[in-house]
Design a protein around this ligand. Sequence first.
Ligand code: PLP
Length: 476
Amino acid sequence: MTAAKNNIPPLDPNAGVPFYRQIYDRFRTAIAAGLLKPGDRIPSARALTKELGLARGTIESAYSLLAAEGYIEARGQAGTIVTPGLDALVPVAAPTLQPKRNVAEVSFRPDSILPFQMGLPALDAFPRKIWARLGAGCIRAMQPSDMVHPPVYGLPDLRTEIATYLQVSRGINCSPSQVFVTSGYRHSIEMIVHTLLKTGDEVWLEDPGYPPTREILRHMKIAPIPVRVDQEGMVVSDGIRAAPRAVAAVTTPAHQSPLGMSLVLPRRLALLDWAAKNQSWIVEDDYDGEYRYVSRPLPALKSLDRDGRVLYSGTFSKVLFPGLRLAYLVVPESQVEHFEQISQTLAGGSPELTQAIVADFIREGHFARHIQRMRKLYAQRRKATAAGLEGVLGKHMSIASQPGGMHLILRLKNQQSDRLLSARMRENGLYAEALTDWTMVADIPAALLVNFTNVDSEKTAENLARRILELIRVES
Ligand SMILES: Cc1ncc(COP(=O)(O)O)c(C=O)c1O
């Protein structure tokens, strides 16, 4: 039995309906909508009286009516609960609340862990003991001053650690004041739009590209301009032709998301040149630049930014884990004050304790060691997953391993639909994303995107591949 959260919307003194009746309606509605389930505990009449500031008799009248109609039951010491086995009594449609939406339908990625799930690092290989030790240390060291609102630009210690890490590992020369800690890539993009863009501005996006980018921009009334991608990354000349005066370009230079190629040097220089001449911004989404298997990781595009046009977006989601909700944005020196002003207005800051643990994790060298270990592990898992899938599914798809990143691209043969197959996989407890869903206008052959970081052996990959094979057979 769980205690229900008290989600009662405010009562309306002008509704022409007595308060006891409004309370009764709200409970009935919450039960009908499934927000309160049979067995859930509801607040005691005394607690609700206090919370709503009404007369005790008003609440008791509402509760008596609910009890008389069989919606709730008083259980003495155990409190008052929604009547077990109530379903038959409840009206089919809730009168005022929206029906509950399926969370999986509305979020880009599910919260559960499915085989091949995109965006997840190897969860079995995370150094949990070290994390627990550092976490306990940070909690023990917590002072009252650590319990107030966190600094909105990010914890100073973490900003310093990030700046040092970027200098050493990604070739980026920046000061801690240029580093803004955010709650994820979307938050970073939102900050950029609020600070540097205005309604109707055009922004180049790689096509295909990470779907949330175009969704956020559209939501914020910015016009995404699709720019083709070829073997050398974003085709800068196409962007210049399509929208020469675009205010910004979003790019994934290390490993194009999702196709995996790197933006070659001449294109990097052409992009920087265009941005400098046009006073445009480049947003470098370096979401997985650390993971490269064929050579050393490439320096970031930001490391070539002589004119201060590049905003560098990094995240801890791939190198640590996405549940942390910590990312960062490095802004050009000239824009620091502007971003500070916007952060003062819009940012609430990220949890201080989590930032402190990450700062210690980096300072003590665990971060660099973890990345190195994961680079080796992912190289093995990438090879094993590709081999296991190829052995079973080779007739139906060709498997492309990119030089870096965390996913494989399974190009479908025999004109299969990637959307259909990925939907079937999800229905059957496997994960894949359809490349078609990552495109705006690009005409690209159908393919599945599957993450390999949590596939622990070739044998596991073969077993999973057999499950996919069954789904292909059913479909054809
Ligand atoms: C292309 C790309 N950019 C950025 C991110 C990072 O997103 P976040 O920091 O919100 O976890 C991801 C994560 O999947 C990604 O695929």
